[in-house]
Design a protein around this ligand. Structure first.
Ligand SMILES: [Zn+2]
Length: 328
């Protein structure tokens, strides 16, 4: 069978739709915050301790993070040590959320999680997202430990992205949840906030994790997000161990560490997957065709290759999928 025939049989992954079970909440009460930057609130305990940050809405269509921060605010969150910053990152994109087109509000002009390299931040590209990143930068420069809350295109198990460094892997293991930890280098399209500045410096104690709490609009993403954020705050001594105890989920029996070996960046005008992958599929045999970048076959590089977050945004320059192997 030729590739052309195979392509006709493909299931176009972008046609899969998922129900929108969540509604966006009103975040305008948090606009003025208590800092010079809109939608940033920083509480100072007056006690020694790290500056911890929880960030939501780096992508405007990922609702669970905003609902998590709202829940914490409504429960009068205050740090007992160090400082705590709660950030609604791309609020402008979030304000465009439309349940009939729920994917459309991921960003206004460009992906805000690809603008964190010095080339972009110090450059002259002016978009809604670069301007917002430059506003947030002085805050993030003071942060020691950050959790950036996201959700995913497909309803696969929650995961933590810990970046490429040992310190990130350690922090993810210390968090003890969720079950899957993904260690990766990021995207060729641009640096993520998780990898910004000292977070990406192996000699610095500053550290960051990115949570993918489940599918964008599934209800359970909220409980996963609240649980992980609570554990992150408690791990870092920011709140009492019994604060919002009833919101904690049972821990997974163990965690698996998956190392991304091959981010598949799209080089051609079209990309098609060979199967309707949704994530965590384990492809047994090396050399299996997983898709076509234009007419170029993309094959698995080794046995037991794990598909991480196959994308529905199959455009040139974007990451189609990350290929990983279980290492722990
Ligand atoms: Zn995201």
């Amino acid at each position: 069978m030729t590739n052309m025939i195979k392509k006709v049989l493909l299931v176009p992954i972008s046609n899969i739709e998922y129900p929108v079970e969540l509604s966006p909440i009103d975040i305008t009460p948090y606009m003025s915050g208590n800092t010079d930057v809109d939608y940033v609130t920083t509480f100072d305990s007056g006690q020694p301790g790290p500056h911890v940050m929880i960030s939501a809405l780096t992508h405007g269509n990922e609702l669970c993070g905003a609902i998590t921060l709202d829940h914490f605010f409504k429960n009068n969150i205050r740090p007992i040590a160090g400082k705590l910053s709660l950030v609604f990152a791309n609020y402008a994109a979030y304000q465009m959320f439309d349940a009939d087109k729920p994917s459309a509000s991921r960003f206004v002009d460009e992906d805000m999680n690809r603008v964190w390299g010095p080339d972009v931040l110090d450059g002259d590209r002016s978009t809604t997202e670069t301007r917002r990143a430059r506003e947030l930068r002085p805050i993030i420069d003071q942060v020691d430990l950050m959790l950036d809350i996201h959700s995913m295109q497909h309803p696969t198990p929650a995961l933590i992205i810990c970046g490429p460094l040992e310190k990130g892997r350690k922090l993810a293991k210390n968090l003890t949840t969720p079950q899957y930890i993904v260690s990766d280098q990021g995207h060729s399209a641009g640096k993520r906030m998780r990898d910004y500045g000292y977070f990406g410096d192996p000699s610095s104690p500053k550290n960051a994790l990115l949570l993918e709490a489940g599918q964008h609009w599934e209800k359970s993403s909220v409980s996963v997000s609240i649980d992980a954020a609570l554990r992150f705050l408690k791990l870092n001594g920011c709140v009492e161990a019994n604060w919002l105890e009833d919101d904690q989920l049972p821990l997974p029996n163990s965690q698996s560490l998956i190392e991304v070996t091959d981010p598949i960046t799209i080089h051609n005008a079209t990309f098609h997957f060979a199967e309707p992958f949704t994530g965590f599929e384990c492809i047994k045999k090396a050399g299996t065709i997983l898709g076509w970048d234009g007419d170029v076959e993309v094959r698995t590089p080794y046995d037991n290759c794990i598909m991480i977050m196959p994308s529905r945004r199959l455009y040139k320059g974007q990451t189609a999928v990350r290929l990983g192997r279980k290492i722990d």
